[in-house]
Design a protein around this ligand. Structure first.
Ligand SMILES: *Cc1c(COP(=O)(O)O)cnc(C)c1O
Length: 236
């Protein structure tokens, strides 16, 4: 099992390198965010040993145990944790303690709460865009993105570094390409606004099934679960 993880990471890295090459991009500009929901500590530690330094969790409860355990045991202090699941207002105080980046800010009320609770540190944030305009997914609409980002830019304890999206799932990753393109174009458009305290350097898009296409369209962070840790038993 652990041997698999090493091979999987190796293979994901090769695929990233190849996709970056195809797009004339540098491999160093693409970061793996290993998604560890339902994944146990032993496997996460193995990923750390294979050089993975950024992890994503969706649920506060689950993240709390893993993060405190790993902080304690891992010799590598540079491990970073991203919140990649949607955040409820009443969990914000835990989120700002645990995570280095919150990838899922999608409304001003949530941002205000984060700003309030993060009084002693600056939280890195991505704005989640509901790029497929799907009812079942969270995220701010494309139309509202600029307005939301302008509002959040006034909050002292949040620094916006880019956008994140989860496009609709397709068997054929090519079908996701137009959504990745749209997210890239939106991030360029926001960058052109030149809003103070807002950078659009990060684009978190692409998962196990479609990360190569996402890289070709400009992803700087790919969120990969299954392709590293294997199939999850519980699908969330
Ligand atoms: C589960 C999850 C992923 C990873 O999905 P895989 O298909 O297993 O790579 C990425 N991003 C988010 C937000 C997720 O919830």
């Amino acid at each position: 099992m652990l041997y698999d993880i090493r091979n999987n990471i190796e293979s994901v890295r090769k695929r990233i390198e190849y996709a970056a090459g195809m797009a004339c991009r540098r491999t160093e500009d693409i970061r793996i965010v290993a998604i560890t929901k339902t994944v146990g500590l032993e496997k996460i530690t193995e990923a750390v040993n294979c050089g993975i330094d950024t992890f994503g969790e969706n649920y506060i409860q689950e993240a709390r145990e893993k993060i405190s355990n790993l902080r304690f045991q891992a010799s590598n202090p540079k491990i970073k944790w991203h919140l990649t699941g949607s955040l409820q207002k009443n969990k914000v105080k835990y989120a700002v303690e645990l995570f280095d980046m919150i990838e899922t800010i999608d409304r001003i009320e949530l941002a205000r709460e984060i700003d309030k609770k993060a009084w002693n540190k600056k939280i890195k944030a991505l704005i989640q865009i509901n790029i497929g305009a799907e009812d079942a997914k969270s995220g701010c609409s494309e139309k509202e993105a600029v307005g939301l980002i302008k509002e959040i830019s006034h909050l002292k304890n949040i620094s916006i570094e880019g956008l994140m999206a989860i496009p609709p799932f397709f068997e054929n990753p090519e079908d996701a390409r137009p959504y990745f393109k749209r997210l890239f174009e939106l991030s360029r458009k926001i960058a052109m606004e030149g809003i103070d305290n807002v950078s659009m350097k990060e684009l978190s898009m692409g998962m196990s099934n479609d990360f190569e296409v996402a890289i070709e369209e400009g992803a700087t962070m790919v969120r990969i679960g299954t392709a590293i840790f294997g199939k999850r038993r519980i699908n969330n």
